[in-house]
Design a binder for this molecule. Structure first.
Ligand code: ADP
Length: 530
């Protein structure tokens, strides 16, 4: 993303002149956000008063511009309007953010678990009490429908609440000694400074899922959010400060991704990298971590199969596949990427599914009833177009959709492709958009073989009413997450992560804590001495 020099932060007045606030906060907003139930101007005032519209980076508890004054514009993908400008930071700011995290580590890690837990709980409470404002920010900069944004705030906050509780449950071990005047202990200690690099598709939850356990364990963090969606990250950081999380424990830098990434990788003070994003960047970070032998967690791309067996309950399968595919307009790494349908139910499923897809309302996420927002940018839209063209050129049928939406911008019609096969690009790569390719299969063995025939291994879904088949297929799938008769399965209490090239490590749940802890063995000897 390009940096711009000398750009000024637009004032609310300038935003209003640009039609920005008017567009979002005028009458449609009142209708569409009934849950929010506030006057438009009151929402703006509340955002300002709570200090949630932050447009600077956070280093050592101070809000900071890029040292050279360069900025990046944050745009609303639904309209192309500029929402705000944020600093385009690089190596120097990142070095200072790392130092600040490093210096704060010694005090934050020495607090009792209960003290850290209280700060996190307060942060959770503040996120929940600003739920509507945060959701609005997510929809403005990311484009997802407001209802989904509200869901993301609840989901994102839940990681903070969960890890506030887990902070108090870090246990060690006592091991039976092999020599009688010794005692053997295992301690778990925070790994140190964490570099957390996050994507744009969940501007809040991908941060809380990493920062929650890191802070709970006693680590300090430098977050680099996506340059497409930094405002939610900055708002969350503001609330962390308000919650009493000490200056320096959570730092946020954004701008030149590779400079920031390289600075984090090269630093011996950064002991862990945690990343969610593309497989290509994940591999670079993994390679770059080698020179300083950092711990690393990666949550990378998927190629999720969604298998509909002849014995599935049709309504459950349609509803579940729809949720698994079209959530966030298909822009999640757990979105169904291939819908494998057994031949006996293929026609019935394809008809019912296409009907449900045709009913999906596309539009600006702030408009009531919208369930499909825009894609994040033009490149994402072009990727979808290329994949659809490749599939149709190789014989796929367009059951519904199949082109850019008449709304323009980066809107794409919710699409179903029939008779997709493994020669088509869309069956091998993540489309990351609102396109559902249907593929036929005959037997359970064939479905498992097709599902596993990929380097990815994040999420898989199966629809069947047979209990034995549920178990058999779940066990055979080479995936980190399996949904049986359910298309939305992520929760803070369960482990999230992939097999194969979909990543390393797990986020959420008790397993998510281990990623931020070192194991230390202490041998206490000479017990017979004085
Ligand atoms: P996507 O294609 O979904 O945007 P990316 O992997 O490109 O996925 O981006 C995920 C995150 O990784 C973003 O915060 C992005 O800025 C960051 N990123 C991209 N390239 C690099 C890099 N070379 N080093 C560190 N972070 C990077």
């Amino acid at each position: 993303m390009a940096c711009f020099s000398l750009a000024t932060q637009p004032s609310p007045m300038a935003m209003r002149r640009a039609g920005l606030l008017g567009r979002y906060f005028a009458s449609p907003f009142r209708l569409l956000c009934r849950q929010i139930s506030v006057e438009p101007q009151a929402t703006v005032d509340r955002l300002k008063e709570s200090g949630l519209l932050r447009t600077q980076g956070l280093i050592g508890g101070k809000w900071i511009d890029a040292y050279d004054g360069k900025t990046i514009q944050v745009q609303n993908p639904a309209t192309g309007d500029v929402i705000a400008s944020v600093p385009c930071m690089g190596r120097n700011e990142t070095t200072n953010a790392i130092s600040s995290a490093y210096n704060t580590f010694s005090s934050w890690s020495k607090l009792t678990a209960s003290e850290r837990s209280k700060c996190l709980r307060k942060w959770y409470d503040l996120i929940i009490s600003h739920k509507e404002d945060l959701a609005l920010l997510i929809t403005l900069e990311q484009g997802k429908p407001l209802k989904e944004s509200l869901g993301e705030v609840s989901y994102g906050a839940a990681f903070i609440e969960f890890f506030a509780e887990e902070a108090k449950r870090i246990y060690g071990d006592i091991i039976a000694p092999t020599i009688d005047d010794r005692r053997l202990f295992v301690l778990k200690q925070p790994v140190g400074v964490v570099g957390a690099i996050t994507p744009w598709n969940f501007p809040l939850a991908m941060i809380t899922r990493k920062v929650g356990p890191a802070l709970a364990c006693g680590c300090t963090v430098v977050v680099k959010p996506s340059e497409y969606t930094p405002l939610t990250a900055l708002a969350a950081a503001e609330l962390a400060l308000q919650a009493g999380i000490p200056p320096g424990a959570l730092n946020v830098v954004m701008g030149n991704a590779s400079d920031i990434g390289d600075t984090l990788l090269e630093s011996t003070q950064v002991r862990k990298i945690t990343f969610t994003g593309s497989t290509a960047v994940g591999k670079k970070l993994m390679a770059g971590s080698a020179s300083t032998v950092k711990k690393i967690s990666l949550e990378l791309g998927g190629n999720a199969p969604c298998i509909v067996f002849d014995d599935a309950d049709l309504d459950v399968a349609v509803k579940g596949s729809l949720a698994a595919k079209f959530r966030n307009s298909g822009q999640t790494c757990v979105c169904a990427n291939r819908i494998l349908v057994q031949e006996g139910i293929y026609e019935k499923f394809a008809n019912a599914f296409a009907k449900a897809v045709q009913a999906l309302q596309v539009g600006n996420g702030l408009i009531e009833g919208t369930v499909q927002g825009p894609l994040i940018n033009e490149a994402a839209l072009e990727k979808v177009e290329t994949m659809v063209q490749d599939a149709t050129a190789k014989g796929a049928d367009v059951v519904t959709g199949g082109k850019r939406h008449s709304l323009g911008m980066t809107f794409y019609e919710p699409t179903v492709l029939g008779n997709v096969n493994k020669e088509m690009l869309i069956s091998r790569q993540e489309v990351f958009g609102p396109v559902a390719p249907l593929m036929r299969f005959k037997t359970e063995e064939e479905a498992i073989q097709m599902a596993n025939d990929t380097n990815a291994g994040l999420a898989a879904y199966i629809f069947t009413t047979s209990m034995p088949r549920s178990w058999r297929v779940s066990e055979a799938l080479e995936y980190g997450l399996v949904g049986v008769n359910e298309g939305l399965i992520s929760t803070e209490v369960a482990p999230f992560g992939g097999f194969k090239q979909s990543g390393l490590g797990r986020e959420g749940s008790k397993y998510g804590m281990d990623e931020y802890l070192e194991i230390k063995y202490v041998c206490l000897g000479n017990l017979k001495g004085t």
